[in-house]
Design a protein around this ligand. Structure first.
Ligand SMILES: [Zn+2]
Length: 233
């Protein structure tokens, strides 16, 4: 299996809205069905160049998934009406259609084919099957109202997404603090940290970016995290 990197996520992009998740990977990287279902559409599609659309029965959670940008959607011989299993090879990553480089575009619709009702695939994928049958680790991304690591672990989550930014009045109570980090570690909950900023900050340029990166690192270290090898800044 090849490796995928997260590309554009679900949200506003280039003055429009990107209603899916992009997974960047080398041209030709195989990708697999998120769940079992029936091929609804396959072949040429506007924007995607080529696509595959799978309709999932209620027994596996329902919904429709859409995979785009492959060079040849029929590469594995699938046709409309074919049944696929969760984790079955569907096709190979390409850069067909409106694409700036090889990637898989994934869209998810909750009930039948309804392009105006797309969901964030990353949320939906939390219940998907991995091709190797390995365990899926579920994480929790929250802001205020921290439930405590014991409750998070008991609810079946293996990691939390926590902010290193202080937030200020607009994002109160978000910053990961040393005591909280210690609580997670004591309960075997991993911490995925990120930095959240505000729109205007992006316009302040390189010095502001560097300052934020240093503040983020300081917070990682204060919380007992390990410094990563720093790139040139
Ligand atoms: Zn996309």
């Amino acid at each position: 299996m090849g490796s995928f990197r997260f590309g554009s996520g679900f949200g506003p992009r280039d003055g429009g809205f990107h209603a899916g998740q992009d997974f960047e990977a080398a041209d030709g990287t195989p990708f697999y069905a998120c769940a079992g279902g029936t091929v609804l559409y396959i072949g040429e599609a506007q924007g995607y160049g080529q696509w595959i659309v799978i309709d999932h029965p209620a027994s596996v959670g329902g919904g429709v998934t859409e995979y785009g940008h492959m060079w040849h959607a029929g590469a594995t011989g699938l046709q409309v009406g074919d049944r696929v299993d969760g984790g079955q090879l569907l096709g190979y990553v390409g850069s067909n259609g409106q694409s700036s480089g090889p990637h898989l575009h994934l869209s998810v619709m909750p009930h039948g084919y309804a392009p105006q009702a797309k969901l964030d695939p990353m949320t939906w994928l939390a219940s998907a099957i991995y091709p190797d049958g390995g365990p899926m680790i579920r994480g929790l991304d929250f802001a205020g109202g921290r439930p405590g690591a014991a409750a998070i672990r008991a609810a079946g989550f293996g990691f939390v997404v926590r902010y290193l930014s202080h937030g200020g009045p607009s994002l109160p109570g978000k910053q990961l603090l040393p005591e909280e980090a210690e609580d997670y570690r004591a309960h075997g909950v991993e911490i995925v940290s990120n930095w959240e900023s505000w729109g205007d900050r992006m316009r302040e340029g390189r010095a502001a970016g560097r300052e934020d990166a240093q503040a983020a690192l300081a917070q990682v270290l204060a919380c007992g995290g390990r410094p990563q090898k720093a790139g040139k800044n």
